[in-house]
Design a protein around this ligand. Structure first.
Ligand code: ADP
Ligand code: MG
Length: 343
């Protein structure tokens, strides 16, 4: 490093060579001007093991990916830290890191997505107004001409779709900004299934699909959020509804997984006799914005966020989600939720 140092000394970007324990072997002038005496302290913290996990500095030593970049909060500002090279000349390995202050960019990004989330949220009000009106007309005693009632039902279906899209976008923005938390209340899974099935029963009936649910008695309680889990199951059922032909079957069930006679997990399954998912697409359906090439039978395209959100909900409950699917036969989504017992 001796030769280029003279040059690096005067670069406007803070650069430092740091060992795994957080010791600074070299730093340029900009680093000193930006972080001064505090640097030694926060680097020591960055290197320390926190609750069994290593700090962010450690990542630069274990990751062999040369393009490692992470955003780190240092004294109220966000820095994008780049590893520009490994330095293995001295006693202990070290890395050369460059720091770029991205606080402004981050704030601007956040403001933009807050703004979008707000607008999307505000769309919900008028849309529920429309839904209420349609609901009222369709349930009123007045005898409607078949043509009109078909058209109104179509409008109702489209407004449901729009509401789903809005809710997915809102959940997604909550996940992205880290505001996605799950309540910790004792819940009955049987009730979750019942609520989810009830809310889609009329949609299924309209499309002539049998939607049934079954679960054993004494399904134990788990800890989590009724609302979020119901939403996850609704999400899975509405996917099944999109890909299952008329006269098809969607069954929703819960089973108890035991170990030494004690309930260990509750396994919720949503199985349909639909079009299935291609084997090579099975791995990627959880990713955000991911949709398979298969065209849905009804209800057009979604956001591709549904399964991503379901996965976040299940993982926030300490559970896992998996899928089994055969093209042309059907799909089975499996949510496994651990039963937490008092110690
Ligand atoms: N039950 C199912 N049957 C067939 N394909 C499915 C099923 N569930 C999900 N998929 C596939 O996975 C993709 C991702 O689902 P999702 O994340 O809910 O997004 P979206 O419903 O908005 O398309 C869907 O577009 C579809 O291709
Ligand atoms: Mg979906």
């Amino acid at each position: 490093m001796t030769a280029p140092r003279g040059l690096v000394d005067h670069l406007p970007k803070p650069i430092a060579v740091i060992t795994e324990s957080g010791a600074i072997e070299y730093h340029n002038n900009a680093f000193d001007e930006t972080f001064g005496n505090d640097a030694a302290q926060w680097l020591k913290e960055a290197a320390r093991a926190v609750a069994g996990e290593r700090g962010w500095l450690h990542g630069f030593f274990v990751d062999s990916d040369d393009l490692r970049t992470i955003d780190v909060e240092i004294e109220g500002r966000v820095y994008r830290v780049d590893r520009i090279m490994r330095v293995n000349e001295g006693e202990s390995p070290a890395v050369a890191l460059a720091f770029e202050d991205v606080t402004r960019e981050r704030e601007a990004e956040q403001a933009k997505s807050d703004f979008t989330a707000q607008i999307v949220h505000d769309l919900r009000g008028p849309l529920s107004g429309i839904q209420g009106t349609l609901e009222f007309i369709l349930s009123a005693d007045t005898k409607l001409d078949t043509m009109y009632s078909d058209l109104l039902q179509e409008a109702q279906r489209e407004s449901e779709r729009m509401m789903n899209l809005i809710n997915e976008i809102l959940d997604f923005s909550k996940i992205k900004s880290g505001n996605f938390t799950v309540e910790q209340e004792p819940i009955r899974v049987a009730g979750v299934l019942k609520r989810a099935v009830r809310s889609l029963q009329s949609v299924a009936a309209r499309d002539e699909i049998f939607l049934v649910s079954a679960h054993g008695r004494d399904v134990p309680q788990i800890i989590g959020s009724v609302e979020k889990l119901t939403q996850a199951v609704i999400n899975l059922i509405s996917n099944s509804l999109k890909f299952t032909p008329q006269k098809g079957l969607i069954s929703v069930g819960a089973q108890i997984e035991r170990k030494n006679d004690l309930p260990e997990a509750i396994v919720i399954t949503v199985t349909d006799s639909g079009m299935g998912i291609k084997a090579d697409e099975l791995r990627t359906i959880w990713e955000k914005y991911k949709q398979s090439g298969t065209k849905s039978l009804r209800g057009g395209g979604g956001t591709g966020l549904g399964l991503y959100i379901v996965k976040q909900i299940v993982e926030a409950h300490g559970g896992e989600i998996s899928v089994a699917s055969v093209e042309g036969v059907g799909t089975s989504m499996v949510l496994r939720l651990p039963v937490k017992r008092a110690a």
